[in-house]
Design a binder for this molecule. Structure first.
Ligand code: FAD
Length: 435
């Protein structure tokens, strides 16, 4: 066997998740290879990420992971183990979450945050105008489409309050973050091959033996990790490990809008991340004086799930609906004649919670179904997957006795059964990008 094509573990994908897994495995002493059909790290769906760091999720484990992630981004050079030449900016502006019928006035969220120990402050109705100068603080729920005659109607009641989480914000450049993780992987001895596509996954007697790539040909390895983002479904098909009763994944097309930031007398109309379930959108400041607007998948929208990775790149009426919903909240929002923004794919599971798991095929693991909400968690996903892979390869029966992963800063144990392919669909989920 040629040394060049023999590795302890091969990770399919060099997005933020695949690179973070490689970093942990390389630090555990494994000779790793990331294979990616793209030209460089983070050129898949990661490159489109809004890169919001926020600690509120619908489950305790999801919240604990996301809160912990804040510390990894805060101490980025420590995580990388080197100081990169270009600075990655974590804008720690915090996140404001409006109460809405859709989030049951945040009652469940607040109790999970208390349980996990995530700091937050309550913002009253009378304080909200200071936080959102120039905003219309009426309730518009439920979110509607702009061709609905009742679009923009309000019962006249104001938003009942909000929650502000200081441990959050957004990362300036998700692709740069991924390139910097890849730099750390190389420093730890890991390898990359780009512009190379995985075409086949090989097994013998129920165990992984290797894979075949478009350019590299046959590669020998006892461990393969599917970190293929929106292509995860097809990589699972190559492995033959996926069964109909398992949690599955499929690509969802989503649009993100950029519009000029509305201005208040005191400056930009929005200085932090805003989760506005009342209007069915999330927003954050974007570079060059823009406002970024994404969707919270309100019930009135038909979601565009795809059976292929090919998708329409031009912006559609989803863009228009998102922008008009933002204009309900910020009446001074200038709506440009030309749509600015982009379309991209999420890799969505049935309950919008990822599958970080082993499989029924020995040596085949998945870190998939990231459902538009796992960029922030990547440094921890590396750690928990490394722990899972090492334990399972050493004989742990994770399906019967799910492993725990100790979060390095907060010291909390996260039950990895929450991310199992065998879990029942988690009904506590928001069934949206909020996870
Ligand atoms: C528009 C948008 C906004 C988002 N906003 C946020 C946010 O605000 N906060 C947050 O936490 N998360 C957010 N996310 C989610 C987050 O960005 C993703 O969860 C994360 O980037 C997924 O990383 P990944 O490495 O799994 O996938 P990817 O980055 O897609 O990487 C997968 C890689 O696998 C490669 N690949 C696939 N198939 C093969 C094959 N057969 N052979 C070789 N290579 C292959 C691809 O080329 C790709 O580079 C957002 C996502 C999108 C799309």
């Amino acid at each position: 066997m040629s040394e060049r094509n023999t590795y302890n573990a091969v990770i399919i994908g060099a997005g933020v998740i695949g690179c973070a897994i490689a970093l942990d495995l390389a630090r555990r002493g494994l000779r790793t290879l990331n294979v990616d059909r793209g030209p460089a790290p983070g050129h898949g769906s990661t490159s489109w990420s809004a890169a919001i760091i926020r600690p509120y999720y619908s489950t305790i484990d999801g919240t604990a992971l996301a809160y912990e992630a804040h510390f990894a981004w805060q101490n980025w050079a420590d995580y990388l183990g080197y100081r990169p030449d270009s600075a990655l900016h974590y804008n720690e502006c915090g996140c404001l979450v409006l109460e809405a019928a859709e989030n049951r006035q945040l009652a469940g969220t607040r109790s999970i945050m208390r349980e996990v120990g995530v700091p937050f402050t309550d913002v009253s109705t009378s304080e909200l105008p200071e936080w959102l100068p120039g905003a219309d603080l009426s309730q518009f729920s439920p979110a509607r489409r702009i061709d609905d005659p009742e679009f923009g109607q309000t019962a006249g009641d104001p938003i009942t309050g909000a929650m502000f989480c200081p441990t959050g914000g957004y990362i300036s450049d998700p692709q740069l973050a991924t390139a910097q993780i890849a730099g750390a992987v190389e420093r730890a001895g890991g390898h990359f091959r780009f512009n190379d596509t995985v075409l086949a996954i090989h097994q013998s007697a129920g165990k992984i033996t290797g894979l075949t790539c478009d350019k590299s040909g046959l590669i020998h390895t006892p461990i393969v990790i599917n970190a293929a983002g929106p292509a995860s479904r097809w990589v699972n098909e190559l492995s033959g490990a996926h069964k109909p009763e398992h949690i599955s994944t499929r690509p969802l097309r989503q649009e993100v809008a950029y519009v000029p930031m509305p201005q208040a007398a005191s400056g930009p109309g929005l200085r932090f991340v805003l989760t506005d379930a009342d209007c069915g959108i999330y927003m954050r400041p974007e570079q060059s004086g823009h406002l970024l607007i994404g969707s919270l998948e309100p019930a009135c929208d038909i979601l565009e799930y795809l059976d292929t990775e090919d998708f329409e790149a031009s912006l559609s009426d989803q863009w228009t609906n998102q922008v008009w919903r933002a204009a309900l909240r910020f009446p001074d929002l200038g709506i440009p004649n030309t749509a600015q923004g982009f379309a991209a794919l999420y890799d969505v599971s049935e309950d919008w919670i990822p599958v970080y798991d082993k499989s029924d095929l020995g040596g085949y693991f998945t870190a998939i179904g990231t459902s538009g909400n796992q960029f922030k968690n990547a440094p921890l996903v590396g750690g928990l997957m490394g722990h899972l892979i090492e334990s399972v390869m050493n004989g742990a029966d994770h399906d019967r006795s799910p492993l725990q992963y100790r979060l390095p800063v907060t010291g909390r144990d996260v039950g990895l059964g929450a991310f199992s392919r065998l879990r029942p669909i988690n009904r506590a989920s928001s069934f949206s990008v909020l996870g």
